[in-house]
Ligand binder design. Structure first.
Ligand SMILES: [Zn+2]
Length: 458
Protein backbone atom coordinates (compact mmCIF):
# COMPACT_ATOMS: atom_id res chain seq x y z
CA UNK A 1 0.00 0.00 0.00
CA UNK A 2 1.58 3.36 -0.95
CA UNK A 3 1.90 5.84 1.91
CA UNK A 4 -0.91 7.97 0.50
CA UNK A 5 -3.35 5.11 1.07
CA UNK A 6 -2.27 4.21 4.58
CA UNK A 7 -5.12 4.98 6.95
CA UNK A 8 -4.17 7.51 9.60
CA UNK A 9 -3.63 6.39 13.16
CA UNK A 10 -6.61 6.64 15.48
CA UNK A 11 -6.75 10.13 16.89
CA UNK A 12 -8.82 12.59 18.89
CA UNK A 13 -9.66 16.19 17.99
CA UNK A 14 -10.92 18.30 20.90
CA UNK A 15 -12.59 21.68 20.79
CA UNK A 16 -14.75 23.81 23.07
CA UNK A 17 -16.84 24.59 19.98
CA UNK A 18 -17.65 21.44 18.03
CA UNK A 19 -20.49 22.10 15.58
CA UNK A 20 -22.68 18.99 15.72
CA UNK A 21 -25.98 18.34 13.91
CA UNK A 22 -27.92 19.39 17.04
CA UNK A 23 -25.83 22.48 17.78
CA UNK A 24 -22.50 23.61 19.09
CA UNK A 25 -20.88 22.24 22.25
CA UNK A 26 -17.52 21.23 23.76
CA UNK A 27 -16.61 17.71 22.66
CA UNK A 28 -13.92 15.20 21.75
CA UNK A 29 -14.18 13.70 18.26
CA UNK A 30 -12.68 10.21 18.06
CA UNK A 31 -11.34 9.17 14.67
CA UNK A 32 -10.46 5.70 13.43
CA UNK A 33 -9.74 4.40 9.92
CA UNK A 34 -10.57 7.75 8.38
CA UNK A 35 -14.03 7.90 9.90
CA UNK A 36 -15.61 9.50 12.92
CA UNK A 37 -15.85 6.69 15.42
CA UNK A 38 -17.87 8.65 17.98
CA UNK A 39 -18.32 12.02 19.61
CA UNK A 40 -17.45 11.98 23.32
CA UNK A 41 -17.60 14.40 26.23
CA UNK A 42 -14.99 17.16 26.11
CA UNK A 43 -11.89 16.05 27.97
CA UNK A 44 -12.88 12.38 28.18
CA UNK A 45 -9.93 11.41 25.94
CA UNK A 46 -7.12 10.22 25.78
CA UNK A 47 -8.49 6.90 24.73
CA UNK A 48 -6.18 3.94 24.14
CA UNK A 49 -3.18 6.25 23.89
CA UNK A 50 -4.48 8.15 20.87
CA UNK A 51 -2.88 11.52 20.22
CA UNK A 52 -5.13 14.45 21.10
CA UNK A 53 -5.21 17.61 19.02
CA UNK A 54 -6.70 20.26 21.31
CA UNK A 55 -8.08 23.21 19.37
CA UNK A 56 -9.04 25.16 22.48
CA UNK A 57 -11.67 27.73 21.49
CA UNK A 58 -11.09 27.30 17.77
CA UNK A 59 -14.26 25.77 16.32
CA UNK A 60 -14.38 22.33 14.73
CA UNK A 61 -16.75 22.11 11.76
CA UNK A 62 -17.55 19.31 9.35
CA UNK A 63 -15.78 19.86 6.06
CA UNK A 64 -17.96 21.86 3.69
CA UNK A 65 -19.54 20.23 0.65
CA UNK A 66 -19.60 22.41 -2.45
CA UNK A 67 -21.84 20.91 -5.10
CA UNK A 68 -21.36 23.78 -7.56
CA UNK A 69 -17.78 24.09 -8.78
CA UNK A 70 -16.59 24.59 -12.38
CA UNK A 71 -13.13 22.99 -12.52
CA UNK A 72 -12.82 23.46 -16.33
CA UNK A 73 -10.20 20.72 -16.82
CA UNK A 74 -9.52 19.18 -19.32
CA UNK A 75 -9.81 21.70 -22.12
CA UNK A 76 -9.85 25.02 -20.27
CA UNK A 77 -7.27 24.30 -17.61
CA UNK A 78 -5.96 27.85 -17.95
CA UNK A 79 -9.26 28.95 -16.36
CA UNK A 80 -9.01 26.52 -13.43
CA UNK A 81 -7.81 22.97 -12.93
CA UNK A 82 -8.25 20.06 -10.55
CA UNK A 83 -5.04 20.77 -8.63
CA UNK A 84 -5.66 24.47 -8.15
CA UNK A 85 -9.39 24.11 -7.47
CA UNK A 86 -9.00 21.36 -4.90
CA UNK A 87 -6.14 23.09 -3.10
CA UNK A 88 -8.29 26.23 -2.93
CA UNK A 89 -11.18 24.14 -1.64
CA UNK A 90 -9.10 22.61 1.14
CA UNK A 91 -7.70 26.00 2.12
CA UNK A 92 -11.27 27.30 2.29
CA UNK A 93 -12.59 24.48 4.47
CA UNK A 94 -14.30 22.60 1.64
CA UNK A 95 -13.54 18.86 1.68
CA UNK A 96 -15.88 17.64 -1.06
CA UNK A 97 -16.61 19.26 -4.40
CA UNK A 98 -18.91 18.16 -7.18
CA UNK A 99 -17.70 19.39 -10.55
CA UNK A 100 -20.03 20.97 -13.10
CA UNK A 101 -20.27 19.32 -16.53
CA UNK A 102 -19.39 22.37 -18.61
CA UNK A 103 -16.52 24.65 -19.45
CA UNK A 104 -14.27 21.61 -19.68
CA UNK A 105 -13.70 20.13 -23.13
CA UNK A 106 -15.16 17.65 -23.62
CA UNK A 107 -18.14 18.48 -21.42
CA UNK A 108 -19.50 15.71 -19.16
CA UNK A 109 -22.41 14.88 -21.45
CA UNK A 110 -21.28 11.40 -22.52
CA UNK A 111 -19.63 8.45 -20.76
CA UNK A 112 -16.44 9.26 -22.69
CA UNK A 113 -16.55 12.82 -21.39
CA UNK A 114 -16.87 11.51 -17.83
CA UNK A 115 -13.98 9.11 -18.37
CA UNK A 116 -11.82 11.99 -19.63
CA UNK A 117 -12.64 13.97 -16.49
CA UNK A 118 -11.78 11.06 -14.23
CA UNK A 119 -8.52 10.29 -15.99
CA UNK A 120 -7.44 13.91 -15.88
CA UNK A 121 -8.33 14.31 -12.20
CA UNK A 122 -6.30 11.25 -11.20
CA UNK A 123 -3.64 12.21 -8.65
CA UNK A 124 -4.72 15.87 -8.68
CA UNK A 125 -7.43 15.98 -5.99
CA UNK A 126 -6.60 17.48 -2.62
CA UNK A 127 -10.24 16.97 -1.55
CA UNK A 128 -12.89 14.41 -2.44
CA UNK A 129 -14.32 14.95 -5.88
CA UNK A 130 -17.51 13.93 -7.66
CA UNK A 131 -19.07 14.84 -11.01
CA UNK A 132 -22.37 16.11 -12.34
CA UNK A 133 -23.40 15.05 -15.83
CA UNK A 134 -24.95 17.35 -18.39
CA UNK A 135 -28.31 17.05 -20.19
CA UNK A 136 -28.10 18.82 -23.55
CA UNK A 137 -30.15 18.56 -26.75
CA UNK A 138 -29.80 15.06 -28.20
CA UNK A 139 -28.02 13.23 -25.37
CA UNK A 140 -31.00 11.48 -23.74
CA UNK A 141 -29.46 8.06 -24.59
CA UNK A 142 -26.34 9.01 -22.60
CA UNK A 143 -28.16 9.87 -19.38
CA UNK A 144 -28.71 6.37 -18.04
CA UNK A 145 -25.11 5.21 -18.73
CA UNK A 146 -23.77 8.34 -17.06
CA UNK A 147 -26.09 7.86 -14.11
CA UNK A 148 -25.03 4.23 -13.77
CA UNK A 149 -21.41 5.42 -13.85
CA UNK A 150 -22.06 7.50 -10.73
CA UNK A 151 -22.71 11.12 -11.73
CA UNK A 152 -24.78 12.93 -9.11
CA UNK A 153 -27.42 14.18 -11.54
CA UNK A 154 -27.67 16.28 -14.68
CA UNK A 155 -27.30 19.96 -15.34
CA UNK A 156 -29.25 21.76 -18.03
CA UNK A 157 -29.37 25.37 -19.13
CA UNK A 158 -32.64 27.04 -20.15
CA UNK A 159 -30.66 29.95 -21.68
CA UNK A 160 -27.32 29.96 -23.55
CA UNK A 161 -24.57 28.68 -21.28
CA UNK A 162 -21.71 30.86 -22.53
CA UNK A 163 -19.84 27.99 -24.21
CA UNK A 164 -20.74 26.55 -27.61
CA UNK A 165 -20.17 22.89 -26.74
CA UNK A 166 -22.85 22.95 -24.02
CA UNK A 167 -26.05 24.15 -25.73
CA UNK A 168 -29.16 25.05 -23.76
CA UNK A 169 -32.38 23.04 -23.97
CA UNK A 170 -35.48 24.46 -25.64
CA UNK A 171 -38.82 23.28 -24.26
CA UNK A 172 -39.02 20.02 -26.26
CA UNK A 173 -35.50 18.98 -25.25
CA UNK A 174 -36.21 19.94 -21.63
CA UNK A 175 -39.33 17.73 -21.64
CA UNK A 176 -37.35 14.82 -23.07
CA UNK A 177 -34.50 15.24 -20.58
CA UNK A 178 -36.78 15.54 -17.55
CA UNK A 179 -38.92 12.59 -18.63
CA UNK A 180 -35.81 10.41 -18.89
CA UNK A 181 -34.48 11.67 -15.58
CA UNK A 182 -37.79 10.91 -13.89
CA UNK A 183 -37.60 7.40 -15.36
CA UNK A 184 -34.07 6.72 -14.10
CA UNK A 185 -34.49 8.56 -10.78
CA UNK A 186 -31.92 11.27 -11.49
CA UNK A 187 -31.78 14.75 -10.00
CA UNK A 188 -32.13 17.51 -12.60
CA UNK A 189 -30.17 20.65 -11.72
CA UNK A 190 -31.05 23.66 -13.81
CA UNK A 191 -29.72 27.09 -14.71
CA UNK A 192 -33.03 28.92 -14.87
CA UNK A 193 -33.04 32.10 -16.92
CA UNK A 194 -35.52 32.41 -19.78
CA UNK A 195 -33.96 33.20 -23.18
CA UNK A 196 -37.04 35.06 -24.47
CA UNK A 197 -37.11 37.38 -21.46
CA UNK A 198 -33.36 37.96 -21.80
CA UNK A 199 -33.74 38.74 -25.51
CA UNK A 200 -36.48 41.27 -24.78
CA UNK A 201 -34.53 43.04 -22.02
CA UNK A 202 -32.66 46.28 -22.80
CA UNK A 203 -29.15 45.50 -24.03
CA UNK A 204 -26.71 48.32 -23.35
CA UNK A 205 -23.13 47.09 -23.45
CA UNK A 206 -20.49 48.95 -21.50
CA UNK A 207 -18.96 49.43 -18.09
CA UNK A 208 -22.11 50.49 -16.20
CA UNK A 209 -23.22 47.73 -13.85
CA UNK A 210 -26.79 49.10 -13.87
CA UNK A 211 -27.02 48.41 -17.61
CA UNK A 212 -25.81 44.87 -17.18
CA UNK A 213 -28.30 44.30 -14.36
CA UNK A 214 -31.15 45.58 -16.54
CA UNK A 215 -30.13 43.13 -19.27
CA UNK A 216 -30.74 40.14 -16.95
CA UNK A 217 -33.91 41.03 -15.02
CA UNK A 218 -35.50 39.01 -12.23
CA UNK A 219 -38.32 38.23 -14.66
CA UNK A 220 -35.90 36.04 -16.62
CA UNK A 221 -35.50 33.87 -13.53
CA UNK A 222 -39.17 33.77 -12.56
CA UNK A 223 -40.29 32.95 -16.12
CA UNK A 224 -37.75 30.14 -16.43
CA UNK A 225 -38.55 28.72 -13.01
CA UNK A 226 -42.29 28.79 -13.70
CA UNK A 227 -41.78 26.88 -16.94
CA UNK A 228 -39.40 24.42 -15.30
CA UNK A 229 -41.79 23.75 -12.41
CA UNK A 230 -44.62 23.13 -14.83
CA UNK A 231 -42.45 20.66 -16.76
CA UNK A 232 -41.33 18.98 -13.55
CA UNK A 233 -44.96 18.62 -12.45
CA UNK A 234 -45.91 16.94 -15.72
CA UNK A 235 -42.85 14.66 -15.99
CA UNK A 236 -42.50 13.84 -12.29
CA UNK A 237 -38.82 14.76 -12.33
CA UNK A 238 -37.01 15.96 -9.22
CA UNK A 239 -35.53 19.38 -9.94
CA UNK A 240 -33.05 21.67 -8.23
CA UNK A 241 -32.78 25.36 -9.13
CA UNK A 242 -29.15 26.43 -9.30
CA UNK A 243 -27.86 29.80 -8.07
CA UNK A 244 -31.14 31.59 -7.31
CA UNK A 245 -30.37 35.29 -7.46
CA UNK A 246 -33.88 36.82 -7.63
CA UNK A 247 -35.90 36.52 -4.42
CA UNK A 248 -39.05 36.71 -6.57
CA UNK A 249 -38.42 33.04 -7.41
CA UNK A 250 -39.14 31.93 -3.85
CA UNK A 251 -42.97 32.20 -3.81
CA UNK A 252 -43.06 30.06 -6.97
CA UNK A 253 -41.05 27.36 -5.21
CA UNK A 254 -43.30 27.45 -2.14
CA UNK A 255 -46.44 27.05 -4.23
CA UNK A 256 -44.93 24.24 -6.30
CA UNK A 257 -43.89 22.34 -3.17
CA UNK A 258 -47.39 22.67 -1.77
CA UNK A 259 -48.52 21.20 -5.07
CA UNK A 260 -46.27 18.18 -4.62
CA UNK A 261 -43.52 19.16 -7.06
CA UNK A 262 -40.16 17.87 -5.87
CA UNK A 263 -38.08 21.02 -6.04
CA UNK A 264 -35.12 22.38 -4.08
CA UNK A 265 -33.00 25.47 -4.62
CA UNK A 266 -29.62 26.91 -3.79
CA UNK A 267 -28.14 30.35 -3.58
CA UNK A 268 -24.52 31.49 -3.52
CA UNK A 269 -22.17 33.52 -1.31
CA UNK A 270 -22.03 36.42 -3.78
CA UNK A 271 -25.81 36.88 -3.82
CA UNK A 272 -25.83 36.86 -0.01
CA UNK A 273 -22.83 39.09 0.63
CA UNK A 274 -22.53 41.52 -2.30
CA UNK A 275 -25.08 43.98 -3.72
CA UNK A 276 -25.55 45.83 -7.01
CA UNK A 277 -25.26 49.20 -5.27
CA UNK A 278 -21.62 48.52 -4.40
CA UNK A 279 -20.39 47.03 -7.69
CA UNK A 280 -17.95 49.55 -9.21
CA UNK A 281 -18.53 50.35 -12.86
CA UNK A 282 -16.08 48.39 -14.98
CA UNK A 283 -15.28 45.87 -12.24
CA UNK A 284 -16.20 42.76 -14.15
CA UNK A 285 -14.86 40.50 -11.37
CA UNK A 286 -18.45 40.92 -10.11
CA UNK A 287 -20.08 39.64 -13.30
CA UNK A 288 -22.06 36.44 -13.00
CA UNK A 289 -25.31 35.13 -14.47
CA UNK A 290 -27.85 35.55 -13.03
CA UNK A 291 -26.45 38.82 -11.70
CA UNK A 292 -25.89 40.18 -8.21
CA UNK A 293 -29.04 42.22 -7.48
CA UNK A 294 -29.88 45.05 -5.09
CA UNK A 295 -29.72 45.22 -1.31
CA UNK A 296 -33.42 44.72 -0.67
CA UNK A 297 -33.33 41.57 -2.80
CA UNK A 298 -30.34 40.37 -0.78
CA UNK A 299 -32.28 40.89 2.47
CA UNK A 300 -35.09 38.74 1.10
CA UNK A 301 -32.63 35.98 0.20
CA UNK A 302 -31.42 36.02 3.80
CA UNK A 303 -34.99 35.78 5.09
CA UNK A 304 -35.58 32.77 2.88
CA UNK A 305 -32.34 31.18 4.00
CA UNK A 306 -33.31 31.66 7.64
CA UNK A 307 -36.71 30.09 6.90
CA UNK A 308 -35.15 26.97 5.43
CA UNK A 309 -36.23 27.71 1.87
CA UNK A 310 -32.78 27.06 0.42
CA UNK A 311 -31.36 23.54 0.49
CA UNK A 312 -27.80 24.75 0.14
CA UNK A 313 -25.39 27.65 -0.18
CA UNK A 314 -22.68 26.73 -2.67
CA UNK A 315 -20.02 28.72 -4.47
CA UNK A 316 -20.76 28.52 -8.21
CA UNK A 317 -17.00 29.00 -8.51
CA UNK A 318 -16.68 29.76 -12.23
CA UNK A 319 -13.43 31.51 -13.07
CA UNK A 320 -11.80 32.28 -16.37
CA UNK A 321 -8.47 33.74 -17.38
CA UNK A 322 -8.18 37.46 -16.47
CA UNK A 323 -8.12 38.58 -20.12
CA UNK A 324 -11.64 37.18 -20.66
CA UNK A 325 -12.89 39.21 -17.71
CA UNK A 326 -11.82 42.36 -19.65
CA UNK A 327 -10.59 43.96 -16.45
CA UNK A 328 -9.67 47.62 -16.93
CA UNK A 329 -6.57 47.31 -14.71
CA UNK A 330 -5.25 44.74 -17.20
CA UNK A 331 -6.04 46.88 -20.20
CA UNK A 332 -9.53 45.44 -20.78
CA UNK A 333 -12.65 47.39 -21.68
CA UNK A 334 -14.57 46.66 -18.46
CA UNK A 335 -17.59 45.86 -20.65
CA UNK A 336 -20.01 43.82 -18.54
CA UNK A 337 -21.87 42.55 -21.60
CA UNK A 338 -18.75 41.04 -23.18
CA UNK A 339 -16.84 39.86 -20.09
CA UNK A 340 -16.90 36.22 -18.97
CA UNK A 341 -19.79 35.71 -16.54
CA UNK A 342 -18.53 33.81 -13.53
CA UNK A 343 -17.22 34.54 -10.05
CA UNK A 344 -14.21 32.93 -8.42
CA UNK A 345 -14.84 32.28 -4.73
CA UNK A 346 -14.18 28.63 -3.86
CA UNK A 347 -11.62 29.44 -1.18
CA UNK A 348 -13.67 32.33 0.24
CA UNK A 349 -17.24 31.07 0.49
CA UNK A 350 -17.05 30.10 4.15
CA UNK A 351 -15.57 33.35 5.51
CA UNK A 352 -17.72 35.45 3.15
CA UNK A 353 -20.95 33.82 4.30
CA UNK A 354 -19.86 33.68 7.96
CA UNK A 355 -18.96 37.39 7.98
CA UNK A 356 -22.43 38.34 6.80
CA UNK A 357 -24.27 35.60 8.71
CA UNK A 358 -22.79 36.67 12.02
CA UNK A 359 -23.67 40.30 11.36
CA UNK A 360 -27.26 39.15 10.86
CA UNK A 361 -27.36 37.11 14.07
CA UNK A 362 -26.86 33.62 12.67
CA UNK A 363 -24.67 30.94 14.22
CA UNK A 364 -21.92 28.67 13.01
CA UNK A 365 -24.43 25.83 13.20
CA UNK A 366 -26.59 27.69 10.67
CA UNK A 367 -23.67 28.12 8.30
CA UNK A 368 -22.80 24.44 8.62
CA UNK A 369 -26.40 23.50 7.84
CA UNK A 370 -26.36 25.65 4.68
CA UNK A 371 -22.86 24.81 3.44
CA UNK A 372 -22.16 21.26 4.66
CA UNK A 373 -25.23 19.24 5.66
CA UNK A 374 -27.49 20.83 3.03
CA UNK A 375 -25.34 20.24 -0.04
CA UNK A 376 -24.41 16.77 1.26
CA UNK A 377 -28.11 15.92 1.36
CA UNK A 378 -28.61 17.35 -2.13
CA UNK A 379 -25.91 15.00 -3.45
CA UNK A 380 -27.24 12.00 -1.52
CA UNK A 381 -24.17 11.97 0.74
CA UNK A 382 -25.91 12.32 4.11
CA UNK A 383 -24.31 9.85 6.52
CA UNK A 384 -20.92 10.14 4.83
CA UNK A 385 -20.34 13.87 4.38
CA UNK A 386 -21.43 17.19 5.83
CA UNK A 387 -21.81 16.38 9.54
CA UNK A 388 -19.73 15.51 12.58
CA UNK A 389 -21.47 12.27 13.44
CA UNK A 390 -20.44 8.69 14.13
CA UNK A 391 -19.85 6.72 10.94
CA UNK A 392 -19.21 9.72 8.72
CA UNK A 393 -15.94 10.48 6.97
CA UNK A 394 -13.52 12.37 9.24
CA UNK A 395 -13.57 15.44 6.98
CA UNK A 396 -13.10 18.28 9.44
CA UNK A 397 -12.13 21.93 9.61
CA UNK A 398 -10.53 23.94 12.41
CA UNK A 399 -12.09 27.37 12.00
CA UNK A 400 -11.33 30.52 13.95
CA UNK A 401 -14.63 32.41 13.78
CA UNK A 402 -13.03 35.66 14.99
CA UNK A 403 -9.93 35.72 12.79
CA UNK A 404 -10.14 38.60 10.32
CA UNK A 405 -8.11 38.81 7.15
CA UNK A 406 -7.86 41.02 4.08
CA UNK A 407 -8.44 39.17 0.81
CA UNK A 408 -5.51 39.34 -1.57
CA UNK A 409 -6.44 37.55 -4.77
CA UNK A 410 -2.87 36.61 -5.67
CA UNK A 411 -2.48 34.74 -2.36
CA UNK A 412 -5.42 32.43 -3.02
CA UNK A 413 -4.90 28.95 -4.47
CA UNK A 414 -7.29 29.70 -7.36
CA UNK A 415 -5.43 29.49 -10.66
CA UNK A 416 -6.27 33.09 -11.59
CA UNK A 417 -6.07 36.05 -9.19
CA UNK A 418 -9.48 37.57 -9.96
CA UNK A 419 -12.24 37.69 -7.36
CA UNK A 420 -14.81 40.31 -6.37
CA UNK A 421 -13.78 39.82 -2.74
CA UNK A 422 -10.31 41.25 -3.39
CA UNK A 423 -9.53 43.99 -0.89
CA UNK A 424 -12.39 43.08 1.45
CA UNK A 425 -11.82 42.16 5.07
CA UNK A 426 -13.57 38.92 5.94
CA UNK A 427 -13.98 37.29 9.32
CA UNK A 428 -13.26 33.61 9.89
CA UNK A 429 -10.06 31.79 9.07
CA UNK A 430 -9.54 28.14 8.25
CA UNK A 431 -6.65 26.86 10.38
CA UNK A 432 -6.50 23.17 9.44
CA UNK A 433 -8.45 20.90 7.11
CA UNK A 434 -8.65 17.14 7.61
CA UNK A 435 -9.79 14.75 4.88
CA UNK A 436 -10.50 11.22 6.06
CA UNK A 437 -8.73 12.02 9.32
CA UNK A 438 -5.53 13.25 7.69
CA UNK A 439 -4.34 16.84 7.55
CA UNK A 440 -4.51 18.25 4.01
CA UNK A 441 -1.29 19.98 3.04
CA UNK A 442 -1.38 21.83 -0.32
CA UNK A 443 2.41 21.47 -0.53
CA UNK A 444 2.33 17.68 -0.04
CA UNK A 445 0.92 14.83 -2.12
CA UNK A 446 -2.86 14.84 -2.65
CA UNK A 447 -5.01 12.03 -1.29
CA UNK A 448 -8.52 13.10 -2.26
CA UNK A 449 -10.72 10.39 -3.74
CA UNK A 450 -13.11 10.38 -6.64
CA UNK A 451 -16.57 9.68 -5.32
CA UNK A 452 -19.78 8.57 -7.00
CA UNK A 453 -23.44 9.02 -6.22
CA UNK A 454 -24.58 6.40 -3.71
CA UNK A 455 -26.44 3.88 -5.86
CA UNK A 456 -29.05 3.01 -3.24
CA UNK A 457 -30.97 5.70 -1.42
CA UNK A 458 -29.88 5.83 2.22
ZN1 LIG B 1 -22.32 27.42 -12.38
Amino acid sequence: MPPSETPPHPAVIRSRRVVLPDGERPADVLIRDGRIERVAAHGSAPVDGRPVTDLGDTALLPGLVDTHVHVNEPGRTAWEGFATATRAAAAGGVTTIVDMPLNSVPPTTTPDGLAAKRRTAEGQAWVDLGFWGGAVPGNVPDLQPLHDAGVFGFKSFLAPSGVAEFPHVEQAALEAALAEQARIGALAIVHAEDPAVLAAAPQRPGAHYRDFLASRPAAAETAAVARLLDTARRTGARVHILHVSAAAVLPLLRRAREDGVRVTAETCPHYLTLAAEEVPDGDTAFKCCPPIRDESNRDRLWEALANGEFAAVVSDHSPSTPDLKLLPELGGSGDFAAAWGGIASLQLGLPAVWTEARRRGHTLADVVRWMAAGPAALAGLTGTKGAIAAGGDADLVAFDPDGAFAVRAAELHHRNPVTPYAGRTLTGTVRTTWLGGRVVDPAAEPFGRQITRPQEPK
